[in-house]
Design a binder for this molecule. Structure first.
Ligand code: ACO
Length: 405
């Protein structure tokens, strides 16, 4: 259903498409969304099947290389990634130099940019044009990025709570190790709760890719310049930092806290219908039916509450959803819960501070960003150069400063 825009170039025309909402800028085989039917697939596999049967590292392999790994491939993949979880001592000093209350997402994006200087062999400008035709070189950067991002995130978390940073432990799986680095107590043989590790691992699967969202588009745009993947990830993570992208679950959580109890829901719904407010965590640009990720998150919420204790916000969320989905206003506009409706409550129940929510998203989405980087290395796109529709002044004569009025 897509017209090749080169036809416009032949006619000497260009199309005005504010925010690229109707422009396909690449061909991709990574994820597929049918917003009307509420379908999300990674490489042809339904998200529900992957969430039920797979692990985040297996899904990362699938996204990047196109197929599920064999047992040997998964073993090798996991070993390589876990070997790259350690970060350079100078990176630790760099992270320690941030203000005591630095936003963890600011620390992670800065550390991603700094990684470029720790691994200069990944820099095409220094090494010549063709290093990314070398498969080993490509894979090494993927291992590094997937391995180190959770460690950077854990350091940012420990920094914020004023505690010593923890080293990774390769005795654990990927997500378990991340939880271990957040919480390890110096003397105890701390082992993260396996059910919580699994719940977070599934949440990472759900957030791993979502075709050409804003941060992934940023990743591709940066990739088109030939810059190394750490700088590309910095651009993508910076886009994710924006409240309209990675921060919507925080807004949904704040809304549920503000509503406070199920008795206040009808009055709140009336305000939404009067267009004084938006129901945060509802509605989606692409999904015009139930976001399949939200359905899975709703089940995970039950699991997490069973372990961490029930929080009344889940009752508010469930009742709010029930009332909204039976109300003509929401039905007519195809407004259903999206991925952000339940994720904030789950993160809160797990004990994460709200400013850490986008960091969790960043860990998961790193897999998708790298899959798009990898795909684009194989099918290069010319350096992105969108057109603009100029609507400024006609040519004017320069006026010396003492003659200006
Ligand atoms: N609450 C109340 N009404 C809404 C909502 C909402 N959350 N979302 C859309 N509407 C209404 C609009 O007022 C509009 O009504 P109208 O036709 O009477 O004018 C109609 O539904 C269509 O709204 P649009 O803004 O055109 O829908 P769009 O698809 O462009 O918006 C968006 C999608 C931005 C996500 C919107 O639904 C929204 O603001 N949701 C709340 C914020 C949110 O949860 N964002 C996270 C999205 S998921 C993600 O980014 C990972």
């Amino acid at each position: 259903d897509t017209i090749d825009a080169s036809i416009f170039a032949q006619l000497g025309l260009s199309v005005y498409d504010n925010g690229y909402l109707n422009t396909a800028v690449c061909r991709s085989s990574i994820s597929y969304i049918d917003g009307d039917k509420g379908i999300l697939r990674y490489r042809g596999y339904n998200i529900e099947d992957l969430a039920m049967h797979s692990s985040f590292l297996e899904v990362s392999y699938l996204l990047i290389f196109g197929d599920l790994p064999t047992a040997d491939q998964l073993n090798m993949w996991t070993t390589r990634i876990m070997r790259h979880t350690f970060i350079h001592e100078n990176m630790i000093d760099y992270l320690r130099s941030f203000r005591y209350d630095a936003h963890p997402m600011g620390m992670v994006t800065s550390a991603l940019a700094a990684m470029s200087t720790f691994h200069p062999e990944a820099n095409t400008a220094l090494q010549g044009e063709h290093i990314y035709q070398n498969e080993n070189m490509v894979n090494k950067q993927i291992f590094r990025c997937l391995g180190k991002v959770p460690t950077l995130a854990a350091c940012a978390y420990r920094h914020r709570i004023g505690r010593a940073y923890n080293s990774p432990s390769n005795e654990f799986g990927y997500t378990e190790n991340f939880l271990y680095m957040l919480d390890r107590l110096s003397e105890n043989n701390y082992v993260p709760n396996p059910r919580l590790s699994r719940a977070l691992d599934i949440i990472f699967i759900l957030h791993a890719d979502h075709e050409l969202n804003c941060s992934t588009a940023a990743m591709r745009q940066m990739t088109s310049t030939g810059v190394d993947p750490f700088i590309c990830l910095t651009g993508a993570a910076s886009a994710l930092y924006g409240p309209s992208h990675g921060g919507a679950n925080e807004a949904a959580l704040k809304m549920l806290e503000e509503i406070g109890s199920v008795d206040h829901i009808p009055a709140f719904i009336e305000e939404v219908k009067a267009k004084k407010r938006r129901l945060m965590g509802f509605g989606h640009r692409v999904y015009k039916s139930y976001d399949p990720r939200a359905k899975i998150l709703k089940q995970i919420a039950d699991e997490v509450f069973e372990i961490m204790g029930r929080n009344n916000l889940i009752d508010v969320a469930i009742e709010l959803e029930r009332i909204a989905l039976s109300d003509e206003y929401f039905i007519k506009r195809n407004l259903y819960p999206n991925v952000d409706f339940y994720s904030g409550i789950i993160y809160k129940a797990m004990g994460f501070p709200t400013d850490f929510f986008p960091v969790l998203f960043c860990i998961a989405r790193t897999a998708g960003w790298l899959a798009h980087w990898h795909e684009q290395l194989q099918n290069p796109i010319p350096i992105f150069r969108p057109k603009q529709a100029y609507e400024g002044e006609e040519p004017r004569n320069y006026v010396p400063i003492d003659e200006r009025v």
